[in-house]
Design a protein around this ligand. Structure first.
Ligand code: ATP
Ligand code: MG
Length: 205
């Protein structure tokens, strides 16, 4: 690491167990990160939760890092300005990488509206040799607005929330996500099936 932001006087201490050896010892495949992106109410948390349940029932250690939940704790000091959104995603990228390195399947569900932030998360995983699976939960914004399970679109339209993705802040859709799900055209179970099919076909599950 030679970045100018690297603090001085610290030295990386390598462990004694490689990624592959860890997986062998634990008798399952090495970990990976499944990164959901999409508008609010697109179904990221709903599908992530169903996917986590499916994987756990198959005996696979999966763990969710959910946007709202993480903002209650680790990222409670961050807001929704572009800078804070970038820092939010930077931290989650690092944490998901740690989970995946521990041989878990990390499942993140954050709007993560900026392509460059998602690409940084992908790059971080790539450098560590950890698979990164971007899942685009896609639907027309009008459908998201009709769903509005948290009443956020209503508040955004009323001007009570500024910088709301899809209404008053941009969403940059992925160009080549590993999995692209139209959540207005597929059930939750079909969405989980689509992701699992990708993981199996890629031999990472
Ligand atoms: N096919 C579907 N897939 C996913 N969610 C669906 C589907 N059909 C209906 N829904 C509903 O849409 C809503 C999706 O909300 P959810 O909280 O999962 O979205 P989110 O993408 O996590 O939003 P946020 O970014 O605000 O956290 C839920 O109320 C869910 O029950
Ligand atoms: Mg959510």
């Amino acid at each position: 690491m030679s970045s100018s932001s690297t603090p001085s006087n610290i030295t990386w201490h390598e462990g004694q167990v490689s990624r592959d050896e860890r997986a062998q010892l634990l008798k399952h495949k090495p970990g990976l990160t499944i990164w959901f992106t999409g508008l609010s109410a697109s179904g990221k948390s709903t599908i992530a939760s169903a996917l986590e349940q499916h994987l756990l029932h198959r005996g696979i250690n999966a763990y969710r890092l959910d946007g709202d939940n993480i903002r209650f704790g680790l990222n409670k000091n961050l807001g929704f300005s572009p800078e804070d959104r970038t820092e939010n995603i930077r931290r989650i990228a690092e944490v998901s990488k740690l989970f995946a390195d521990s041989a878990a399947i990390a499942i993140t569900s954050f709007i993560s509206p900026y392509r460059s932030d998602r690409d940084s998360a992908r790059q971080l995983h790539k450098e560590a040799g950890i698979p990164f699976v971007e899942v685009f939960a896609d639907l027309p914004v009008e459908v998201a607005e009709q769903r509005d399970p948290k009443g956020l679109y209503k508040k955004a339209r009323a001007g009570e929330i500024k910088d709301f993705t899809g209404i008053s802040a941009p969403y940059e859709a992925p160009e080549t996500p590993e999995v692209h799900i139209r959540t207005d055209q597929n059930t939750i179970a079909e969405a989980v099936g689509q992701i699992v099919a990708y993981l199996e076909a890629s031999n990472i599950l």
